[in-house]
Design a protein around this ligand. Structure first.
Ligand SMILES: Cc1ncc(COP(=O)(O)O)c(C=O)c1O
Length: 486
């Protein structure tokens, strides 16, 4: 759905259809709506402009007569000329550039969520982020004060990132069994950049990446855009089924395995200690490196998860990825990769060619958070709040969803993975939920096998909204189950 902040002035003496035609001409003349762009359907536009359909059709007819628009009905109405192009035919066809760019666009549903999340009146059961209520404002002021005092300059840092931060991370990783000197740590702009660097720096085009099915990495186009394939391996309550790897490997030219062992996105699963050991053994035998994405590690509610796979890695098989996005703030954009030094050197070289390093201000800030210990105090508080939110969510689910769905009880993290007992149209559910102001991640964005599942995030919405949103969602699902046309 397009976001328009303009409406025709009904009090003006100028006809509404001419006001609309002028507005669209303005969009075309500034190339905000470039040649080749298909404008939204008439029904949607008349709603956005708050006019009846015949007024809109008159405006579009006017623009067609001027040679700016073409078509209607099924294929949509397209912009075929820019105003200046009508004069001297000079505008590039941005639409074809957009379609031919190397990186694939996001899935339509995700793009829709990304756009709608920033409109104020939605209940965000979609967002994988700590609620603004949980942001540690006071502690952040203390830390920023420290940062101001010790800030010497904010120049470029070395290729692996700020040494002071790498030293802090090295000590921190040691607390859960990862022995990594600062030289084998690379600072990145969030875990997602870590995955991108690993993909472009170490994998060949056409290679296959093994991953959990479903996985966060199915909701993005990172691997495919770079010419790699994904091969999903089933999971059970102990995590990825490691015993299947040799068989899958025979069928695929696989290069690496990507796993989220703790409070997995989207299912919330925690890989058991035994499974971690089994996975390590199998991957060692198959010479299959592992990307261990551990961004949710600290968010345990009941008991700490087992130690990272990296902590039992004696042969340098595991590239360990973490960040402060889920604990402290995703806006700082700070994460890290731990791996064998030659790999870290290679990735740091690409990082330099990509952005010359992550924000020095953010690096210094995170280093202070860790060094002062405030990071760990904050995580303790966060866990208590997550525990309360989980309890509320499970209570609401029990009350309103028992007849229509099943779900896991997450022992940490942000998500409950809810699976419906009935087959209903999930696109319809998603769209209807948006219409009543609720955003969520439907399972189909991960894989068609998970069509009837939903990822519900309990970390973001204020608690009352969380309760209200889930109640309204249960009513909507029941309505769709009972209606014949889903
Ligand atoms: C498993 C996983 N990895 C990485 C990320 C992205 O993290 P970052 O903000 O550190 O790039 C997310 C965000 O949702 C995630 O769920």
């Amino acid at each position: 759905m397009l976001n328009l902040d303009w409406k025709p002035n009904k009090a003006s003496s100028k006809a509404l259809y001419l006001q609309i035609a002028d507005y669209i001409k303005f969009k075309i003349s500034t190339a905000e709506w470039p040649v080749g762009f298909v404008i939204p359907p008439q029904r949607e536009l008349s709603k956005l402009f708050n006019v009846n359909r015949s007024t809109l059709v008159s405006a579009l007819d006017e623009l067609k007569a001027e040679g700016l628009l073409e078509g209607n009905g099924k294929g949509g109405t397209k912009i075929i000329n820019n105003i200046s192009q009508l004069l001297n035919n000079i505008q590039p066809n941005w639409q074809s550039y957009i379609e031919e760019g190397i990186h694939m666009p996001n899935f339509k549903t995700i793009k829709q969520i990304n756009d709608l999340e920033f409109k104020s009146d939605y209940i965000r059961l979609s967002t994988g982020e700590a609620s603004p209520e949980m942001f540690p404002q006071e502690k952040m002021s203390v830390v920023l004060n420290e940062v101001t005092k010790s800030m010497k300059n904010l120049g470029y840092e070395g290729p692996k990132g700020m040494l002071y931060l790498r030293e802090q991370i090295s000590k921190y990783l040691n607390t859960f069994g990862i022995k990594a000197p600062a030289s084998s740590i690379l600072i990145v702009s969030g875990a997602l950049q870590a995955i991108q660097l690993i993909t472009i720096g170490l994998l060949q085009q056409g290679a296959t990446v093994f991953l959990e099915d479903p996985s966060y990495m199915y909701s993005l186009q990172t691997f495919q855009s770079l010419g790699m394939r994904r091969s999903g391996i089933p999971i059970d309550e102990e995590g990825i089924k490691a015993s299947l790897i040799p068989e899958y490997k025979k069928k695929n030219n696989s290069s690496i395995l990507y796993t989220i062992p703790n409070f997995q996105n989207p299912t919330g699963t925690v890989m058991s200690q035994n499974r971690r050991q089994e996975l390590m053994k199998v991957c060692q035998k198959e010479k299959l490196p592992i990307i261990e994405d551990d961004v949710y590690r600290e968010l345990w509610i009941d008991t700490p998860p087992p130690k990272p796979i990296k902590s039992i890695d004696k042969t340098g098989l595991v590239l360990y990825v973490g960040s402060v996005s889920k604990t402290l703030s995703p806006g700082l954009r700070i994460g890290w990769i731990v791996g064998p030094e030659p790999v870290i050197e290679r990735l740091s070289d690409i990082k330099m060619q990509t952005d010359y390093g992550s924000s020095s201000l953010s690096q210094l800030t995170v280093a202070k958070w860790i060094e002062t210990g405030l990071y760990f105090d904050h995580i303790e508080t966060l866990r208590k709040q997550l525990s309360l939110r989980r309890q509320v969510t499970l209570e609401v689910l029990q009350k309103y969803f028992s007849e229509i769905a099943t779900w896991n009880i997450p022992s940490g993290g942000y998500y409950v993975w809810v699976t419906l007992k009935y087959k209903i149209g999930m696109y319809k559910l998603f769209n209807e939920a948006c219409r009543i102001g609720i955003l969520l991640y439907p399972g189909y964005i991960y894989d068609s096998n998970f069509n009837y599942s939903l990822r519900i995030s309990y970390s973001y919405a204020p608690i009352e909204e969380l309760q209200q949103g889930l109640y309204k969602l249960s009513k909507l699902i029941k309505k769709l189950i009972n209606s014949k046309d889903t």
